[in-house]
Design a protein around this ligand. Structure first.
Ligand SMILES: NC(=O)c1ccc[n+]([C@@H]2O[C@H](COP(=O)([O-])OP(=O)(O)OC[C@H]3O[C@@H](n4cnc5c(N)ncnc54)[C@H](OP(=O)(O)O)[C@@H]3O)[C@@H](O)[C@H]2O)c1
Length: 380
């Protein structure tokens, strides 16, 4: 991953830089003063910028996969807390725009304590707490860490104690202490917490949208269609209904195109659901096109998404009652529809033009094939 560290010259930030490089990531260090960057790991790419000056941030966020915030205001009291602890996170996320990146944000133990003397004089808790809201509201996968007091290094401070909530608020190290290097050593940049769950809809018509409404709450719905306008229209409808959406164009009868859709979807997060509702109707298309889109296309989609779907994920393929109107097929024909490698499917003898003369027959065969394929893929 390309990881941007914001606050890279800080006491925690420079350890994050070292650890991210050790873990094999490509690291960008945002620093205010290039002279201070000399202390950083030589493999880090230094970018000079100041989080309070948005015009200095675009290079820092271009193409990043993850952003680790370890910044902190150096004095400046309330103004500094607002400008750096909160404004810094806001400005970086604004510079990121609609691009996707995983976020790790370090704030501090005690941020929910609003009434203590420390917060009353600095508002540091208030602004850090508000910065957490920005991470939550960003729609990006995020991890928030509220560490205890740094580097007391007592014997029992060299192991992480992970607590939920923010209940220790004495305002001194009795709340909890942690050795700096320990905090970083355990902080893997895997970004697995709160990873975005993605529902992929292929064929953004009414059926696809209806299913997406049922299963897409709290997830990212990627609406794909052969016609970009259809995908955009569906995204607008679902977006207005409160769903997080994006769009893609796909032709399921093209391996390259389906591969591109898989790539787009996997970049968004974990694919936990696939809704395949695309198809060519027998009233619109030739027998060859029906077979290519409905039979081959479905088999292709199942093959490609079957390899990347998340643990516990599921798919639904819209077949048709039309499949029951076909007389029984031979056992070998059923087996062939279920298990023939995708690229050999359309060469099956009983799918050739002299055998399949009309689009309805092609449609019935395809839809029968879809059911058999789903059964076979489910146990692959
Ligand atoms: N100390 C503790 O016990 C403790 C406990 C829990 C949480 N925390 C919190 O953890 C955070 C980091 O702590 P730390 O000890 O690592 O702090 P630090 O050493 O002071 O590091 C702060 C970093 O933020 C950078 N920074 C400040 N203003 C900036 C700006 N306008 N633009 C870009 N970068 C800016 C600093 O850059 P420069 O190097 O250029 O100044 C530095 O890299 C703080 O928010 C702190 O409140 C501290």
């Amino acid at each position: 991953m390309t990881v941007l560290v914001v606050g890279a010259t800080g006491s925690i930030g420079k350890l994050v830089v070292d650890e991210a490089i050790r873990q094999g990531h490509s690291v960008r260090a945002l620093v205010r003063d290039s002279r201070k960057a000399r202390q950083l790991h030589p493999e880090a790419r230094v970018i000079v910028g100041d989080v309070t000056r948005p015009e200095t941030l675009s290079d820092a966020v271009a193409g990043v996969d993850a952003i680790v915030f370890t910044l902190g205001s150096d004095g400046g009291g309330k103004v500094g807390a607002a400008r750096v602890d909160y404004g810094g996170v806001r400005n970086i996320l604004t510079a990121l725009g609609s691009r996707k990146a995983r976020i790790a944000l370090m704030t501090a133990i005690g941020v929910t304590n609003r009434t203590g003397s420390y917060n009353r004089s600095t508002e540091a808790h208030d602004w850090k707490r508000r910065s957490e809201r920005l991470a939550r509201a960003s729609g990006l996968p995020y991890t928030i860490v509220r560490p205890g007091w740094f580097d007391y290094n007592g014997p029992n401070e060299h192991q992480l104690e992970l607590l939920q909530g923010d209940k220790r608020q004495a305002g001194d190290p009795s709340d909890g202490a942690v050795a700096r290097h320990e905090l970083i050593r355990r902080a893997h940049l895997r970004g697995e917490t709160n990873m975005t769950k993605v529902i992929v809809v292929i064929g953004a018509g009414q059926i696809g949208q209806a299913i997406a409404r049922r299963v897409g709450v709290g997830k990212h719905v990627l609406l794909s269609d052969m016609r970009p306008d259809n995908a955009r229209a569906a995204a607008e409808v679902l977006g207005n209904a409160g769903y997080e959406t994006s769009v893609a164009t796909v032709d399921v009868s093209s391996r390259e195109s389906v591969h591109g859709l898989v790539e787009t979807a996997t970049k968004l997060g974990d694919i936990t659901g696939l809704i395949h509702a695309a198809g060519a109707s027998p009233t619109q298309a030739s027998p060859a096109t029906v077979l290519k889109v409905d039979l081959y296309g479905t088999a292709l989609v199942l093959e490609r998404f079957g390899s990347v779907i998340a643990d516990g994920g599921a798919g639904v393929v819209i077949s048709s009652q039309s499949r029951h109107r076909l007389p029984p097929l031979a056992v070998e024909q059923n087996k062939a529809l279920a298990t023939t490698p995708v690229e050999e499917l359309l060469a099956l003898p009983f799918l050739q033009p002299d055998q399949v003369k009309d689009s309805l027959h092609a449609y019935q065969l395809s839809k029968r094939g879809n059911s058999l394929r789903v059964m076979a893929e489910a146990v692959r």
